[in-house]
Design a protein around this ligand. Structure first.
Ligand SMILES: Nc1nc2c(c(=O)[nH]1)N[C@H]1C(S)=C(S)[C@@H](COP(=O)(O)OP(=O)(O)OC[C@H]3O[C@@H](n4cnc5c(N)ncnc54)[C@H](O)[C@@H]3O)O[C@H]1N2
Ligand code: MOO
Length: 390
């Protein structure tokens, strides 16, 4: 059995960054910017008022000064005149500052009578002027790669970039396998359960920036498995669920091998997730997840998401770990790296009593996977440990 680290390195070797496509700004949320982009304009393009009030010359801006109002500047409608000594212009937030003015006195500090104003306030008031280019200058770049968030998109809109180069979304085909499975909403027979894992994995893949297709459930026969593998055509990554262990009905490895899968590994020293496999299947990478629901989802966090991030151009990095404090004693670990489902409380990490890899109710409550290295000794409450946030 290989280590988690070695298995992840082999998964990374199976995938490469995907090509780039240009998408409309409005469709780019959550996509990964593939190349740096450059502002095609300066923002603000002119010195702009930050407040509603009166544009004046700083030299005139003494409390008690009386100035005559010679024009109006609004956002989108500048004042073409020049503000001379003793003069002011009515101005609104976002308007270009008229020539001659270099200060805006907010209207709360002004008394207006017809076309004359008297300034109140204090002499050291802020200028209330945003300098041209104070946000960004034409030619300024935004670095890539980066996952595009709301603020990035607003920034790129302001830079007047109507489309953006992004990495193509990895397409993941999810294949649940097993005679015992039916889809949610169907009526299960007496020996059947609902296929749940693909739904958790789809959510995980899509949150990471891929798209996932849930294929029809493959039955425990070579013919059915091969048929459903055929439906995965075109996917960048084929993910099977179940049928990975040593039982008489665990046929995934055999079916994949008969379809030409070159296996990169089978079995990893981890718990849950031991019967994990991966390889190359035609033009796609393949990851064969164990069927136990917690095993499938934990392997999703540890292998599937990092693989998707690499395909998105975000580099090779394991799932990010944090450090926390144990709030309960834990026994010595066995020979496999254990991902212990735990609550994250104010007192620290509290592992659940049951770590059975079939228990989705516990995984759903858990907010952390405490990482117990192989052979780790017993640990006491208060000791620091590493965990993966969920
Ligand atoms: N003799 C041994 N038996 C088992 C071993 C072993 O080393 N020797 N390993 C155990 C471990 S660890 C795991 S994990 C499981 C994984 O086995 P499979 O990948 O072959 O999974 P299945 O047998 O198909 O299913 C296991 C379990 O999970 C349920 N399942 C499967 N798919 C789904 C799905 N899409 N949604 C919900 N639940 C699913 C399935 O009904 C089984 O209950 O093997 C152990 N056995
Ligand atoms: O590895 Mo199995 O995933 O321990 O339940």
């Amino acid at each position: 059995m290989i280590t988690v680290e070695e298995a992840l390195a082999r998964v990374f070797a199976l995938v490469a960054p995907l090509d780039t496509e240009e998408v409309a700004l409005a469709e780019a949320a959550g996509r990964v910017l593939a190349r740096p982009v450059t502002a095609t304009r300066t923002q603000p393009p002119f010195a702009a008022s930050a407040m509603d009030g009166y544009a004046v010359r700083a030299a005139d801006a003494a409390p008690g000064a009386r100035l005559s109002v010679v024009g109006t500047a609004a956002a989108g409608h500048g004042f073409a005149g020049i503000i001379g000594p003793g003069q002011a212009a009515r101005i609104f937030t976002g308007a270009p500052l008229p020539e001659g003015a270099d200060r805006v006195v907010i209207q709360e500090n002004v008394q207006a009578e017809g076309a004359t104003i008297t300034l109140g306030g204090t002499a050291d008031a802020p200028s209330n002027v945003r300098a041209a280019g104070s946000d960004f200058e034409v030619g300024e770049s935004v670095a890539a790669p980066r996952r595009l968030r709301a603020a990035d998109l607003a920034l790129m809109a302001a830079m007047n970039l109507p489309t953006l180069p992004v990495t193509r979304k990895p397409e993941v085909a999810l294949i649940a396998t097993g005679d015992e499975l039916v889809m949610p909403g169907e009526a299960p027979g007496p020996d059947q359960i609902i296929a749940s894992n693909a739904f958790g994995l789809k959510a995980m893949v899509e949150a990471a920036g891929g798209t996932a297709r849930i294929l029809p459930i493959a039955r425990d026969t070579m013919a059915s498995l091969k048929t459903v593998f055929g439906l995965a055509e075109g996917a960048d990554l084929v993910v099977t669920i179940g049928g990975a262990s040593v039982g008489d009905h665990d046929l995934v490895a055999q079916a994949a091998a008969e379809l030409g899968m070159e296996q990169a590994f089978y079995k990893v020293a981890m718990r849950p997730g031991k019967p994990l496999m991966a390889g190359r299947l035609g033009t796609a990478a393949m990851i064969g997840l164990p069927g136990n629901p917690v095993s499938a989802l934990v392997c999703g966090h540890i292998f599937l998401i990092p693989a998707i991030r690499k395909m998105l151009g975000l580099g090779e990095a394991p799932a990010p770990r944090r450090e926390g404090v144990l709030a309960a004693d834990v026994a010595a670990n066995g020979p496999r790296e254990h991902y212990v489902r735990a609550r994250l409380t104010e007192a620290g990490l509290v592992p659940f009593d049951s770590q059975d890899s079939a228990l989705l109710s516990i995984l759903s409550e858990a907010r952390a996977l405490v990482i117990r290295p192989p052979g780790d000794g017993p640990r006491r409450a208060g000791e620091r440990v590493q965990y993966l946030p969920l």
